[in-house]
Design a protein around this ligand. Structure first.
Ligand SMILES: [Zn+2]
Length: 542
């Protein structure tokens, strides 16, 4: 090394050189003022998010960005954060959330930032708060969000929301004019910074679209290099056909494909997981840009209305309720619901997690078998009455997946963890609900249980799956890695103690091991305590 400038000196001198550019003169006072960092993170081991070997070093932050990385950066900073020998990682990026409007009730993003997430991507499963009557477009929705948020937020455009806005709630073909209008609106959302398009083909009215219609919208998204996130048409008995369908849409449209919350649901389908991965690998070999995400839990969360067959979910809520009240219709819907519940493993595997009517709140946190014991009703009459009383809005959790497949998906080269959850907070209105614990625990659970305890992969690769991998899928500029020039979204974690604490019985829990969180350079969490600053931005906003 002798005779050469050391790495440390090089970085120091480039920082100084960079700071003096454009000054016109370089008085020593000016130099010192400009060489000063806003924050230096010292005493940590840097995992830069790219999957390589970690190295001890310091991270200098200025104007919201990482401005230098070196063995030592001195003391010239407004704030020094001591990482205490722990891991310095890029902030986690959650590619699949339903955060959306919840940011209004919890602008800090409590359940997210306290697990080290610095960026949430919402608008998944075909549903976004725009376009619609309330928010015409992404710009309109962004304007409705709080001006100060703790985390960064970006969003897909929901294909179901788009179809509802243009075509309506019914199971009809769109006209050529309507298709043109949807394409135009889709293009506008991309212009405004949307991450791409999401589908929820188990839900209405998005599922009423033909594959050709979806492919046409995906072509628009592809022209902006956006991503197509698909909640597939079926995730149990016809899951192989559904993966094939997703790949076919990508093939036809040229769009980059992200299969959402990949699963093979119900015991009868668990054996299909390796075949699904084969199909995905084959598509990749063929040249399709494909990956998938998965939450690190064996239970799913959805609406109880998924027990109503799609054709009986058509139209307005009043129309659906009328069907539930009609004797013959109800009997037919009940048959379908019971067969679904049977395949899930019985009513004990279905837990009610949210309802609004005072008299029904006693059911929150109880499984359908327990609810039936309380009410003296059989499962279908109980579910039917609950749906009617709650205006069809009841959330449930279903235990229908196997641990073995969760591991298989998370450890696969093309798999990454994502919560499928949302922003929640133990305080305020959101604290009254019983969300799936994944909203609080996904990333600590992935790094603690699956990486450290079960040794599915090394820490560097696990961190890559939480950071640069989702960032590259989303084409997020200058995020997801600790590289000079990148935005300073950084989390300091203790890999020995990191764990999820949220449970199905008590979901509003923060786990240990998330020591410090910075979002765009703003130090927001320190030793588990919330500081004053809020650094989040709305991604893609012009
Ligand atoms: Zn979904």
């Amino acid at each position: 090394m002798s005779g050469k400038i050391s790495r440390r000196e090089f970085i120091r001198s480039s920082v100084i050189a960079g700071a003096s550019i454009g000054l016109g003169f370089a008085g020593s006072e000016m130099l010192r003022a400009n060489n000063r960092f806003d924050t230096i993170i010292k005493g940590g081991v840097i995992y830069n998010g790219e999957g390589g070997a970690p190295f001890p070093g310091e991270v200098g932050i200025k104007n919201g960005r990482i401005s230098a990385i070196a063995a030592s950066l001195g003391e010239s900073a407004d704030k020094i954060i001591d990482a205490g020998g722990k891991v310095v990682s890029p902030g986690f990026i959650d590619i699949h959330t339903h955060t959306d409007g919840n940011l209004i009730d919890a602008p800090l993003g409590d359940s997210r930032i306290m697990q080290g997430v610095t960026t949430d991507i919402g608008g998944n499963c075909g549903e976004s708060p725009f376009p619609g009557r309330r928010h015409q477009d992404l710009d309109g929705f962004y304007s409705s969000l709080p001006s100060e948020t703790g985390i960064n937020y970006g969003t897909y455009t929901g294909q179901g929301s788009l179809r509802q806005f243009v075509v309506g709630d019914n199971d009809i073909r769109c006209t050529p004019e309507q298709l043109e209008q949807m394409k135009k609106i889709m293009a506008l959302q991309m212009e405004q910074g949307s991450a791409g398009i999401s589908c929820g083909l188990e839900y209405t009215p998005g599922s009423y679209a033909t594959n050709e219609e979806i492919a046409e919208l995906c072509k628009v998204v592809a022209s902006y290099d956006g991503l197509f996130a698909i909640h597939m048409r079926n995730e149990d008995d016809r899951v192989e056909e559904s993966v094939a369908e997703a790949i076919e849409i990508a093939r036809k449209s040229g769009v980059r494909l992200q299969i959402s919350h990949l699963k093979a649901q119900n015991a009868a389908n668990w054996h299909k997981a390796p075949a699904l991965l084969k199909m995905i690998e084959k598509a990749e070999e063929e040249g399709i840009d494909i990956a998938f995400d998965r939450y690190p839990y064996t239970a799913f969360s959805t609406g109880m209305s998924s027990f109503i067959p799609l054709d009986k979910r058509e139209g307005t809520r009043d129309e659906i309720i009328a069907r539930l009240k009609d004797k013959e219709e109800s009997a037919r819907i009940g048959e379908y619901a019971l067969s679904r519940i049977q395949r899930l493993g019985g009513p004990a595997n279905v837990v009610v997690t949210s309802c609004k009517q005072e008299t029904n709140k006693q059911f929150i946190g109880k499984n359908v078998e327990e609810c039936c014991a309380i009410t003296g009703k059989d499962p279908w009459p109980f579910i039917r009455d609950l749906l009617v009383e709650e205006n069809v809005s009841v959330s449930i959790i279903g235990f229908a997946m196997t641990e073995e497949n969760v591991k298989l998906f998370l450890s696969h080269r093309l798999g990454m963890p994502a919560s499928d959850g949302s922003v929640y907070s133990p305080v305020g209105p959101l604290g009254q609900t019983m969300p799936h614990p994944r909203s609080y625990g996904t990333f600590p659970r992935f790094l603690g249980k699956y990486c450290r305890d079960e040794k599915l992969m090394g820490l560097s690769d696990a961190i890559r799956k939480c950071t640069s991998f989702p960032a590259s899928r989303l084409r997020l500029k200058e995020r997801g890695s600790i590289i000079p020039g990148y935005f300073a979204d950084i989390v300091v974690i203790d890999p020995l103690v990191i764990a999820d604490a949220a449970t199905f019985e008590s979901p509003h829990q923060f786990g240990p091991g998330i020591n410090e969180v910075l979002v765009n350079g703003i130090h927001t969490i320190s030793n588990g305590k919330v500081l004053q600053g809020r650094g989040g931005i709305l991604l893609g906003r012009s």
